[in-house]
Design a protein around this ligand. Structure first.
Ligand code: UDP
Ligand code: MG
Length: 140
């Protein structure tokens, strides 16, 4: 399997709880290389843009409120089979049902407050990385 890029966000719940370091350690131990990383606080319009694909879903407004309640840490990652590997390390969407060894199982609370984002496909990862990082920040 070739080297692939994926994208994660350490969400406001995990950032506020002081779990950024532990989560980055888990990512590095799982073999991910950090391509680019920053910390920021999204505006409502920015969060609506990032989650535009979910705009018709019943949870959209609540999700945007959650994602704008505090600082987040977006990270562009690289690894062999990165997309699938990150989804496995992260665990299922509903943190209350996530296995205890997964990041959502360790640091998440419920289906909304689930500690981290992970891209679902290569095309999505490319769009999500470009949403947060410029070419200057990514190209090596
Ligand atoms: N979400 C929610 N309620 C739901 C489904 C999703 O609040 O019923 C939130 C949750 O924070 C999730 C995000 O919306 O991570 C994006 O949903 P998606 O279905 O893409 O889940 P993911 O890919 O993050 O597992
Ligand atoms: Mg998703």
């Amino acid at each position: 399997m070739a080297i692939e890029r994926t994208f994660t966000i350490i969400k406001p719940d995990a950032t506020a709880a002081g779990h950024v370091g532990e989560i980055i350690t888990e990512l590095e131990r799982a073999g991910f290389r950090i391509l680019a990383l920053k910390k920021l606080h999204l505006t409502r319009a920015q969060a609506e843009g990032f989650y535009a694909v979910h705009s018709e879903r019943p949870f959209f407004e609540s999700l945007v409120t959650f994602m704008t309640e505090g600082e987040i840490v977006p990270i562009a990652l690289e690894r062999d089979n990165a997309i699938t590997a990150l989804r496995e390390l992260m665990g299922p969407t509903n943190a209350s049902e996530a296995p205890p060894e997964t990041i959502r199982g360790k640091f998440g609370t419920n289906i909304e407050r689930n500690a981290m984002h992970g891209s679902d496909a290569p095309a999505t990862a490319a769009v999500e990385i470009a949403f947060f990082f410029s070419r200057l920040e990514l190209d090596r």
